[in-house]
Design a protein around this ligand. Structure first.
Ligand code: GRF
Length: 204
């Protein structure tokens, strides 16, 4: 399965996915890295791994045609957003229906939506006194964080946790969850019916 990864930040999820492809855990390949900013750490990681990368320029109506062309040239089958801080334009969603995933650092539908990104999410979870948080992989639709949920991993919120403590606990489970979900897609084990998604267990 040919995967394109869109990212805006350090790219630790990008790295986890690329490593899982390299080790054979995901029967797939990262064929393109799309960065929303020229100073995103993910670019250096892509360079180190020899993965083609591109940086978005201008408004979304300006970059959409060229990104679509690059995705098609790379024979992209699935797009994984990994810390991507821009809205996905409609034409991309239409070209990759139910083939764009995102990872969010909370248990959606809680703590999602506009303004709920990065450390803000973990601050809100702690302020609300939640006993647990986690990570969610979902299908991307035309709004923020609202598409059908594919899989979640839970982590405890411990007393005395700072938002940074919680962020790093959640991030470490993301590095397992996202590759596992991509593996399930690559192995055709994901069943989508309406808004309901289920994953069959790996075949022995
Ligand atoms: C992750 O916490 C992810 O859930 C969120 O952005 C962060 C990206 O981290 N959407 P990284 O750039 O993959 O290290």
């Amino acid at each position: 399965m040919n995967i394109a990864i869109f990212a805006s930040g350090g790219g630790s999820n990008f790295q986890a996915i690329a490593d899982a492809c390299e080790s054979g855990h995901i029967p797939g390949r990262v064929v393109l890295c799309v960065a929303s900013r020229a100073d995103a750490g993910v670019i250096e990681r892509a360079e180190r791994l020899g993965i083609p990368h591109t940086v978005l320029q201008g408004s979304s109506s300006e970059w959409t045609p060229s990104v679509l062309r690059q995705l098609h040239e790379a024979s992209t089958q699935l797009i994984a957003l990994a810390g991507f801080m821009k809205m996905i334009p409609k034409p991309l969603i239409q070209h990759f229906p139910r083939r764009i995933l995102n990872i969010h650092p909370a248990l959606l539908p809680a703590y999602g939506g506009k303004g709920m990104y990065g450390i803000h999410v973990h601050r809100a979870v702690i302020a609300a006194g939640e006993a647990e948080s986690g990570a969610t992989v979902h299908v991307v639709d035309e709004d923020y964080d609202t598409g059908p949920i594919v899989a979640q991993t839970r982590v405890p919120v411990l007393s005395g946790d700072t938002p940074e403590d919680l962020a790093s606990r959640v991030l470490s489970v993301e590095h397992q969850l996202y590759p596992d979900v991509l593996r399930a897609f690559a192995e055709h084990r994901v069943r989508l019916s309406g808004n309901q998604i289920s994953i069959d267990p790996p075949r022995p």
